[in-house]
Write a protein that binds this ligand. Structure first.
Ligand SMILES: CCCCCCCC/C=C\CCCCCCCC(=O)SCCNC(=O)CCNC(=O)[C@H](O)C(C)(C)COP(=O)(O)OP(=O)(O)OC[C@H]1O[C@@H](n2cnc3c(N)ncnc32)[C@H](O)[C@@H]1OP(=O)(O)O
Length: 194
């Protein structure tokens, strides 16, 4: 079964996404946006440890190895974990747009079971932008970047400012993040968008 809800179709006056001039070069490893992120941080023992790279245009690629801690059924990845891998890959697009955005809607198709120890080859791209709304799509493939599609998603991300996190995050983590000059510099850099 497939098909997306109408809110994920860009309106007629949406524009094509623009790769930011300071975006990392295609192939460059993007690193984590936050050490304790479940998707990409090194500080989460059972996290996905997803490693994303800038792609051509407004796209990224990523790899995620399914581990025993990520099971739903015996020996198989949990669907929510696979949705998280797609969400994280889509979230990494902000490095190429140089815009901070959060997931508003994420619609996922699960097409093939994904066993433990599998490497999921992910790719995401922005398809259109309309004001603060960023329309994007992602796939996760088995066996290699050109392998069979196991999971796919269409999503709508919404642009936010750093204050979104400062105003809503638990104070102790926000305090710690604000005491880390690298974290503050990295987050603020994305707010300046020529
Ligand atoms: C020093 C401090 C350091 C901080 C460091 C931070 C660094 C961070 C860097 C990078 C972070 C990247 C993280 C990636 C992680 C992976 C991605 C995730 O999992 S993100 C988490 C899950 N998502 C949420 O938690 C969103 C929760 N939702 C909200 O907060 C709000 O609903 C929000 C911001 C999404 C929208 O709220 P509004 O009040 O700002 O704006 P409104 O007016 O409601 O929406 C704007 C437009 O978007 C549409 N819209 C919004 N939500 C929609 C939805 N669910 N479906 C369809 N349309 C939606 C609306 O209809 C509106 O459209 P029209 O402009 O009128 O055409």
């Amino acid at each position: 079964m497939s098909g997306t809800s109408s809110v994920l179709n860009p309106p007629a006056d949406a524009v094509a996404p623009v790769r930011h001039p300071d975006a990392p070069a295609p192939g460059e490893l993007l690193g984590t946006h936050y050490e304790h992120c479940f998707g990409c941080g090194g500080g989460q023992e059972h996290g996905l440890h997803l490693a994303a790279r800038a792609g051509e245009g407004v796209s990224v690629t990523a790899e995620f190895t399914v581990r025993a801690a990520h099971q739903g059924a015996p020996g198989l990845a949990h669907g929510g974990i696979l949705a998280t891998a797609l969400d994280e890959t889509l979230g990494s697009l902000h490095w190429v747009l140089r815009t901070i955005a959060v997931t508003g809607r994420l619609e996922t198709d699960f097409l093939l079971p994904v066993p433990v120890d599998t490497v999921l080859y992910l790719e995401a791209e922005v398809t259109a932008v309309h004001g603060r709304k960023i329309y994007c799509t992602a796939t996760g493939r088995l066996g290699g970047p050109d392998g069979d599609v196991a999971v796919r998603a269409d999503a709508l991300f919404i642009e936010v400012k750093v204050d979104h996190f400062i105003d809503n995050g638990r104070p102790e983590e926000i305090r710690a993040a604000m005491e880390d000059p690298d974290q503050v510099r990295r987050a603020r850099a994305f707010e300046v968008n020529p």
